[in-house]
Design a protein around this ligand. Structure first.
Ligand SMILES: [Zn+2]
Length: 127
């Protein structure tokens, strides 16, 4: 599969297996909706995502795609964050691309924190 720079959104989470330090990673855009399974790189425990979870991943992928599409306007939008001594402006696009976003989803009986890593489509976005 050729590597596409576009819409590269990687999710990772810590393996749920006790004593396993593996981090399971997968690309949101490479998820096959019909057969959604990833393996832990350490213990090879398979993780299957049910329809509800897969649906959330798909929504997340859509969100990432929408953000990607909106980059030209997001690049000039800022979020004002109040800090002691004033206010700083954080470019909106950084919120989802540069900072690690975390999403907590129900995975079977457990709540699992998924880290979302979104690569900027090009370095010029952050001039
Ligand atoms: Zn594992």
């Amino acid at each position: 599969m050729p590597e596409t720079k576009k819409n590269n959104a990687v999710l990772d989470f810590k393996c749920l297996e006790e004593n396993c330090k593996g981090v399971v990673k997968f690309n949101l855009n490479e998820l096959d909706v019909e057969d959604c399974q990833v393996l832990c790189p350490e213990c090879h425990r398979p993780y299957e995502f049910d329809a509800a979870l897969t649906d959330k991943f798909r929504k997340l992928a859509n969100l990432v795609a929408a953000l990607r599409d909106a980059e030209p306007i997001l690049g000039s939008a800022n979020v004002a964050v109040t800090v002691p001594g004033g206010e700083v402006k954080v470019p909106y696009v950084l919120l989802l691309t540069r900072l690690n976003t975390m999403i907590t989803l129900d995975f079977g009986e457990k709540k699992v924190d998924f880290h979302v890593l979104v690569e900027p489509s090009s370095p010029e976005v952050f001039r």
